[in-house]
Design a protein around this ligand. Sequence first.
Ligand code: COA
Ligand code: NAD
Length: 695
Amino acid sequence: MAKVDYTIEGDIAVITVDNPPVNALGQVVRQGLWDAITRFDDDAAAQAAVIIGAGRLFIGGADITEFGKPPVAPFLPDVINRIAAAIKPVVAAIHGTALGGGLEVALGAHYRIATATAKLGLPEVTLGVIPGAGGTQRMPRLVGLEAALGLMTGGKPVSGAQALDMGFVDTLSDGDLRADALAYAAHLVADGAGPRAVTDLPFPGADPDLIATWRQRLTKTAKGQVAPLAVLDAVIAGTTLPFNEALAEERRLFLSMLDTPQRSGLMHAFFAERAVAKVPEIDGVSPRDISRTGVIGGGTMGAGIATAMVLAGLHVTLVERDDAAADKARDTIARNLASAVKRGKLTEAGRDAILSDMLATVVGYDVLSDADLVVEAVFENMDVKTEVFAELDRVCKPGAVLATNTSYLDVDRIAQATKRPADVIGLHFFSPAHVMKLLEIVVADATATDVTATAFALAKRLGKIGVRAGVCDGFIGNRILSHYRTAVDHMVLDGASPYAVDAALVDFGFAMGPYQVSDLAGLDIGYMTRQRKAADAHPRDRSPVFADALYHEGWLGQKTKHGYYIYDADSPKGRPDDAVTAIIDKSRADLGLTPRAFTADEIVRRTMAAMVNEAAWVVDEGIAQRPSDVDVVFLSGYGFPRHRGGPLQYADTVGLESILSDIRAFATTDDHFWTPAPLLERLVADGQTFASLNR
Ligand code: COA
Ligand code: NAD
């Protein structure tokens, strides 16, 4: 079948877009739509046309694999204008999703019918561009400036039912969309309804106050991203120019964004998140069935993991050390569920059913005999973990998946505490576990492939992004993060203020600076990690003695209202503290260091070089399957700015040669920390990029 099919049913032309997997608007589909509308205009047997998508959705959008390549005619804005200019009524029939160019096609049609659950949106800003085929000009005409700006600058889709309320869908189908769309078209013909282009409606008048408010808001929230502000510019063009000129301005803005690093960063993130699920070793391997699960430990992580599981419809038995701890875990989970109710993610009845039927909080392991999967989240201590796994080995049924949420410990050793190491795997959740998207799936030496497949299936069920990691200290994320931490701690030792470091990295686009993160996590966590690693320290490692000093002051961060920052009613988000600066000054003096200045640019270059260098080791050792998997870990687990695509996409953008030459320059004063990774040297020698290794 052609990618766009034309058939006649009664006196209605049915134009079906059939371009799996998402009916993207590649050149062949654009030409097909053009030809179909021309045929419809000429077809005396057809009184109206219905455009519908084959398969599970209407149209997923422009073919984004064509972005960055020279555009080929017919261009989408022209195709959509052609649809709008049809001489008889055209109905768009929407199910599944209509996104980006897909929704713009629907806005070119004269009437729109959708299923109540369809998702309709203009998510272009999430890919670093703006609607480029009339979306910025047609949507405001249908829903007004405020609502259109909300849709286009946020990028979040709405349901068919919401679209009806907002006014850009005319009617809903509550059953068979195809039949309902045909009936709707027949009804329009019977009523003598003619073609009705959206552009016949007036563009809303200019509203300087509203525009000024949006500009201010977007400048603040866009954090260096250009697309949301470009949406605003395109909309302003609509308020002042005739349609054709405003459309040309929209196209100009759209095309100007195709060549930006932001567009390639965001697009890289989109494809990287899909590539991450491709794990050759589990290709064709069936996951084990999971319905009853266990969680060991109900602290910060255990309670969050249990929340994520029950919200995904899994039965959870949570095991704690004593009744008080079990009750506390239940309270935490109940609070998490209450906030899900508040955010509209769960009904009150749903919450009550979970608490009475889906969750047990108990003491003692024997109740886990029927669990299909158990996640251990007890203290980060090898002896405690191996004891727990020996117990699990004793009580769990054969075939149960036994997982550990350890952050750093050796999963191979944990597996050896059982007589069934093939069933053991690491499931490294991030805090808060019911919110954070990332799940590192740590595959140990003996892990069976169907256990790995089960972990990926679980990630999907929990709505998380599973990333395969190999066993090493810290896996992908925490291992690279510890080098990032070391680089910033060295700069503070050498003269940078932690506040300047945070400001430079937030300005780069990180959600939080490293010292703000320390305050959030608790300075005791870093202190314990340093203690644990002290025995293996190299004589040339430089310890952040100022961080130990703050710990000994009892300044543990947000939980004590004092860490690197002071938290009080006046500054709930924290303000710098002279006493901290004095402690850091004293630490430097004790070490005999003469402080020097660091610019924001040097702060960013040093942190990024440290991350990229360690990431190169992680890829070379096979701990991550491919460079883009490292990017996904940092985008979804560590607040790395999405428009930069992740640390390795960023490295490709600035050029590996420049990163390597920075590392060599930094090594002249510290060749212990700054040892170039062999993979980085090889890529530079071959004139290659990290992207060349993405498979
Ligand atoms: N152009 C080209 N390829 C696309 C695409 C697009 N617009 N949207 C999705 N794909 C590809 C994906 O890369 C994936 O390819 P793969 O199987 O080789 O990995 C495949 O189609 C399926 O996509 P996936 O996201 O896994 O399917 P889904 O059913 O979960 O979601 C969508 C479908 C349409 C909701 C989702 O793909 C999406 O959001 N796409 C982008 C839409 C968009 O931003 N459009 C605006 C562009 S103007
Ligand atoms: P926590 O101290 O908050 O909770 C640990 C819980 O385990 C406590 O409630 C304790 O009572 C319980 N426990 C201890 N021994 C037990 C046993 N034998 N049987 C049953 N329960 C027992 O710790 P946490 O922050 O939740 O961390 C748990 C694990 O998750 C650690 O391995 C940690 O490294 C890892 N982790 C933590 C984070 C984080 O941000 N906190 C992130 C990822 C992974």
